[in-house]
Design a protein around this ligand. Structure first.
Ligand code: ADP
Ligand code: ZN
Length: 744
């Protein structure tokens, strides 16, 4: 045993609720790797790059059991204190091991990329060092030669010799002068002259000043600005200020698909101070972005995972479309909200925070009420008033009157004709991808289902296959019923079938589709969006992606087919979600002050969501009503929900384990029956089976625990987490249990 050994605690990129201890031989000066240093270690027979979380600790286990670290990874930059602080916050709040947060923040690809890049950089530095050393030697030689010649010249008396020596001296001097002082490293941060910022409208200017006012009082701000009001330009002005004063900006967006248009706009303004960051990028592209962030004074346009970048000088965090559910990560852990984590990031850096949206989330409205957020409104559209007309078509009634042709009402068909005649473009929203969400036998009524999941199979006609949208299982489709040999017909219409219908109705129009089945990147989604914005496509059919922040100049009609499928989610957030989708979609049209049309086809036109969208005087009323309801039922944002998901390959044990777990939770919190525990205000719902209760051969059971927001909340969450963890260990089902704080 080596008495000189020192001990470290290390965070590993694993689901591990403790931080293992390793030993290290101190460096020549007795140094021990400090907190944040990356070290390679072996754990359970595998090699990992971990992060030192505590340095020079006194081990609490037998010293002989402690392994030596493999090496200190000098090539990878250490993790900063603020990064670790954010990880600890995410780990505590979302009830997951800090190792899972580390893994999300530094996916192995990013580590490898960084190592490769740092090796490349080291090699380049070495090359440069050698070149400069050679240069220095040459300079010394030349300097000596100049001195020798000068001496000879000064000593010479005969004019001819003097002239000869002068010539030699001048030549040597010139050679010396031509020698560069030093070969500089390749500088890729070429300076960039920023385009002048656009002048803001009076409304934008006022709003900007209000935001700055709140920022100067250290208050985060919610910018509630209607679609088309020009929030982007307000963000740009704020970001430019921060960059000019040497700081960095994080500009978060919910989806990569929207980033192309916005990225181009930001590139125009900020040049190579802009860094993109999202999970679709290659490892080396991402590590380049990471390096840019480390160098500071840049603006990052990124999706939720960019919240974990190693910012040094963060001055402003912008979360655009803050209401968007895509900010929430569902699988794998950490199941964090990019928006809420960004709020903490800003706080830890002392940076300003701006949330922007046309349809604030209830959480943010609630935060405005409690004073955690200041609210600034931008009610005016940049190109003038919203003259968009909303038309609701009752499909149930049209069907009775024979006013429907497939998925389309004749009313919609007429509107589409008018739009095309006027040179306008059309965007159609259908929230289901595939050709048809199901197929059915016309003889025996059979609907083929996934053998592994509790759902019907969707027909993907272009691929000639039936597919499961939950587990990906698929089989060739030959339209013959496996039971009776009858003919299988499409049931309902997905985006592919809508495209087919549109092409039949408008044979001259150029029609395209955009949905989750497309490949992302420049040949898939991006190409369609580009072609649509350049007017190369007349009618675009898509899933919810078409509702997101796009800005298409010639769009004159947006329409929703089967809007009721948006209300389909059977949970307390259904109305809120449907409303946000419809409002966002409406916001795509009439952005240039032209008159736009928003048409909704629904079988339930009396639903309050449609009434609200169609009403002239839209205000916060509905949100207020929903908030009041949430308050009455003790739903979020007035409480926190923690959802426990249990999966088991055996239906019986899924049911019995879930029942036992729910019972244990109730008894832990002293809840009997359905009565809420008054002291702690904890209630438990379930266990129950979700709408799709079997996915990939695993039966799913859910338990929802709701906790009031009070002083005991943090403690209650911890109690719940440790109870669930113990239950998993005792019943050997840890792997099948997961916790989700603030589930969607
Ligand atoms: P929002 O994000 O609020 O929906 P955008 O930022 O996309 O709105 O702006 C809507 C449209 O108005 C865009 O086409 C944008 O280029 C234009 N616009 C907004 N502000 C200005 C400005 N100050 N100068 C010129 N054009 C502007
Ligand atoms: Zn399946």
């Amino acid at each position: 045993m080596d008495g000189n050994l020192k001990y470290l605690k290390v965070i590993l990129p694993l689901k591990l609720d403790w931080e293992p201890c390793y030993s290290v031989l101190p460096g020549t000066e007795g140094g021990v790797p400090s907190v944040g240093t990356r070290v390679s270690v072996r754990f359970a027979g595998r090699k990992y790059v971990g992060v030192v979380s505590e340095s020079d600790v006194t081990p609490d286990i037998e010293l002989t059991k402690i392994q030596r670290i493999i090496r200190v990874e000098d090539g990878i930059s250490p993790v900063t204190e603020v990064e670790m602080r954010l990880w600890r916050f995410v780990s505590d709040y979302y009830l997951c091991p800090v190792g899972e947060v580390y893994k999300a923040a530094y996916p192995s690809l990013k580590n490898d990329g960084e190592m490769i890049r740092s090796r490349e950089r080291l090699r380049a530095e070495e090359r440069l060092r050698r070149m400069n050393a050679a240069l220095a030697a040459k300079r010394e030689r030349l300097e000596a030669a100049v001195e020798r010649r000068r001496a000879m010249y000064e000593k010479a008396v005969r004019p001819e010799t003097r002239e000869k020596y002068l010539e030699a001296l001048t030549k040597a001097e010139n050679e010396l002068n031509a020698l560069p002082l030093e070969i500089a490293a390749q500088d890729d941060s070429r300076s960039y002259t920023r385009l002048p910022l656009p002048s803001l409208s009076l409304a934008q200017q006022t709003c900007l000043e209000q935001i700055r006012g709140f920022f100067s009082k250290k208050s985060p701000v919610l910018l509630d600005g209607v679609t088309g009001s020009g929030k982007t330009e307000v963000y740009i002005s704020l970001a430019a200020n921060v960059l000019d004063s040497g700081g960095s900006v994080l500009y978060m967006i919910p989806e990569i698909a929207v980033s192309k248009q916005l990225g181009n706009r930001l590139k125009e303004v900020f040049g190579n101070q802009l860094a993109l960051f999202h999970s679709g990028m290659s490892a080396s592209a991402r590590s380049l972005a990471v390096e840019k962030v480390r160098m500071g004074n840049c603006i990052v346009l990124g999706t939720r995972s960019s919240v974990f970048l190693p910012f040094m000088d963060l001055g402003l965090v912008i979360v655009d479309e803050e209401h968007d559910n895509s900010y929430k990560q569902e699988t794998p852990a950490p199941r964090y909200s990019g928006r809420d984590t960004a709020m903490m990031l800003a706080r830890f850096h002392g940076a300003d925070l701006l949330l922007g949206t046309a349809t604030p989330s209830l959480e943010s409205l609630y935060n405005c009420r409690t004073g955690r957020l200041a609210k600034v409104m931008l009610r005016e559209r940049y190109f003038g008033d919203d003259r968009t007309v909303v038309e609701i078509v009752n499909t149930a009634e049209e069907r009775r009157k024979r006013g429907m042709k497939g998925s389309f009402s004749y009313k919609l068909i007429d509107r589409m004709k008018e739009a095309l005649k006027g040179g306008g473009q059309i965007l159609l929203l259908r929230s289901r991808k595939s050709y048809s969400p199901a197929v059915q036998c016309s003889r025996c009524g059979k609907i083929p289902r996934c053998p592994h999941c509790d759902v019907s199979l969707s027909w993907h006609r272009d691929e000639g296959r039936l597919k499961c949208h939950y587990c990906g299982w698929n089989q060739p489709f030959n339209a013959v019923c496996p039971d009776c040999g009858g003919h299988l017909e499409p049931l309902g219409a997905g985006t592919q079938r809508v495209v087919e219908e549109v092409s039949m109705l408008f044979p001259d129009a150029r029609v395209a589709r955009i949905d989750g089945d497309m490949i992302s990147g420049s040949t898939g989604e991006e190409a369609v969006i580009r072609d649509f914005s350049q007017g190369l496509i007349d009618i675009l059919v898509g899933t919810q992606i078409v509702t997101k922040g796009f800005d298409f100049a010639r769009l004159s009609l947006v329409a929703v087919l089967q809007a009721d499928s948006l209300l389909g989610f059977q949970d307390f957030r259904a109305d809120e979600k449907a409303l946000q989708i419809l409002e966002q979609f409406r916001g795509r049209v009439g952005r240039r002050g032209q008159r736009g049309l928003f048409l909704i086809q629904t079988a339930t036109p009396e639903h309050p969501v449609y009434k609200y969208v169609a009403s002239e005087q839209r205000s916060d009323d509905l949100a207020e009503t929903i908030l009041a309801e949430r308050f009455a039922f003790g739903y979020p944002p007035f409480s926190r929900i923690i959802q426990i998901t249990l999966r088991d390959s055996d239906e019986g044990s899924a049911t019995s384990l879930a029942a036992a777990l729910a019972k244990a939770i109730r008894s832990e919190f002293g809840i009997s029956g359905l009565v809420r525990n008054q002291a702690d205000q904890v209630s438990v719902l379930g266990p129950y089976a979700p709408a799709v209760d079997k996915v990939s051969n695993l039966y799913i059971r859910l338990i929802r625990v709701s906790m009031m927001k009070n002083q005991t909340l943090m403690d209650n969450k911890r109690r719940l987490a440790s109870l669930v963890s113990d239950f998993g260990k005792e019943n050997r089902c840890s792997a099948q249990l997961s916790l989700d704080v603030d589930p969607l």
